[in-house]
Design a protein around this ligand. Structure first.
Ligand code: ADP
Ligand code: ADP
Length: 218
């Protein structure tokens, strides 16, 4: 479970996240919906311990990761796909991530299979399409077999088949009892993927409700 309490983040005069409070429960896909610039990435980075809150706190399973990145065995994340070293092969990228987290190479080959990148595992990441980079990022999130997964705009750059694949993957991970938080600026996409919605705008909470209720009540 992810708990966000009174969470705020300011960058100079910009209020990126403004007093957010919500809970993300295990067993279902929670969509984190809001337009570009609403504060979704900033919130996710604070949950992972990659950014310091200005106020409030975010915890995962009761633990906070302030000044400490969440271990990959506990929280897996797809953030900006461009963070990957472009000169490395896909397999080397995952092996590096695995090694620094005490995860064996066998798991690397396993996740390459899960995301359908086995045949291009020895190609340099530089040659990857955005869709392939997204799959590689998802493989990284799955490496530690974590109970909590955070995906920032995972369908960006994917074709319709890829989008369906991501949707099924998210649903499957939640059905296994994991906590899954997925951000998107597309309500149409979240309506198909998520069971619960946390909706934000300009850093503030707009709704925290089931998908049916949000769409029905609009
Ligand atoms: P979203 O993920 O919903 O698109 P972000 O969390 O990326 O939104 O951004 C929220 C706001 O915070 C935006 O106005 C953005 O410009 C600002 N912001 C995000 N990161 C930084 C940063 N490192 N420095 C300054 N402003 C930032
Ligand atoms: P570097 O600073 O060497 O690029 P980072 O530690 O910042 O390495 O991150 C490497 C990659 O791992 C990034 O793509 C990032 O999105 C991803 N990442 C960071 N934290 C986690 C996590 N807890 N679970 C899964 N992936 C993560």
């Amino acid at each position: 479970m992810i708990e966000v309490r009174g969470l705020s983040k300011r960058y100079g005069d910009t209020v990126a996240v403004d007093d957010l409070t919500f809970v993300v429960k295990p067993g279902l896909v929670t969509g984190f919906l809001g337009p570009n610039g609403a504060g979704k990435s900033t919130t996710m980075r604070m949950v992972l311990g990659l950014d310091e809150p200005s106020e409030g706190a975010a915890t995962v399973g009761g633990r906070g990761y302030r000044k400490l990145t969440a271990p990959m065995r506990e929280v897996g994340a797809l953030l900006d796909a461009r963070a990957v070293h472009p000169g490395r092969t896909a397999r080397d990228h995952l092996r590096c991530l695995a090694q620094s987290n005490g995860i064996g190479d066998r798991r690397v080959d396993e996740v390459l299979g899960v995301v359908g990148l086995e045949s291009v595992a020895r190609r340099r990441v530089r040659t990857f399409s955005l869709g392939m980079s997204q799959r590689l990022g998802i493989a990284g999130a799955l490496l530690g077999d974590p109970g909590v997964l955070i995906f920032d705009e995972p369908v960006n750059g994917l074709d319709p088949e890829g989008i369906r694949w991501v949707r099924d993957l998210m649903r499957g991970l939640a059905a296994e009892g994991r906590t899954v938080l997925v951000s998107s600026h597309l309500i149409s996409e979240m309506a198909l993927t998520a069971q619960h919605l946390v909706v934000i705008g300009r850093g503030r909470l707009i709704a925290d409700t089931s998908v049916e209720e949000f769409i029905g009540g609009e």
